[in-house]
Design a protein. Structure first.
Length: 184
């Protein structure tokens, strides 16, 4: 009878460990999926930036420094590897795009250009999608990190090498707000 109880306890423990392991795998997969959602939105943003630069260049070609900073920030963001580097590059690109729109404020003809207005609208929609994607990513990271830190699941996580994922956060309060892209 004692042997049967020991076998039952060992089996229950094994099933518990398997359950925790499977939850950790599921959350890791959700984090990867969430990051790919951010990546898709960032690609849309990267594709829009050259069109914005060309439109502004047509009206404000002497604003070379601003245009170059946006171009450099875009290249840095495209080439960034890892979440922390991507986060820094995205913050830099957001600041550069804000500078581009500040330049556009000085050119009434540019502000009235229908292509520029459409790109403003597109960028605003993309920024909102990026915000939603970041929230989803950070939510899945939170769930995964809680499970990795909580007892007794932390024992299973450590035994199988599960690591906490970093949050995708903005650096300053000003960057947390969506860029103002409306000139109406």
């Amino acid at each position: 009878m004692t042997a049967l109880i020991i076998v039952a306890v060992v089996l229950a423990l094994a099933f518990y460990v398997i359950g925790i392991y499977n939850r950790l795998v599921k959350l890791r997969t959700h984090v990867s999926e969430a990051w790919s959602g951010i990546d898709v939105q960032l690609k849309k943003r990267y594709d829009l930036v050259p069109n914005l630069i060309e439109t502004v260049k047509g009206y404000a070609s002497h604003e070379r420094e601003t245009l170059e900073s946006v171009t450099q920030a875009r290249v840095a963001a495209i080439n960034a590897k890892g979440i922390e580097n991507q986060q820094q590059a995205e913050n830099q690109l957001t600041r550069a795009i804000s500078g581009l729109f500040a330049v556009a404020e000085r050119y009434p003809e540019l502000k009235a250009n229908t292509n520029f207005l459409q790109m403003q609208h597109d960028l605003s929609a993309i920024e909102q999608d990026i915000e939603r994607s970041r929230r989803y990513y950070n939510g899945t990271v939170r769930d995964q990190n809680i499970l990795i830190d909580s007892f007794p699941s932390n024992l299973v996580a450590n035994a199988f090498g599960f690591l906490k994922s970093p949050f995708f956060e903005l650096e300053t309060e000003a960057e947390r707000a969506l860029p103002k892209v409306s000139f109406k």
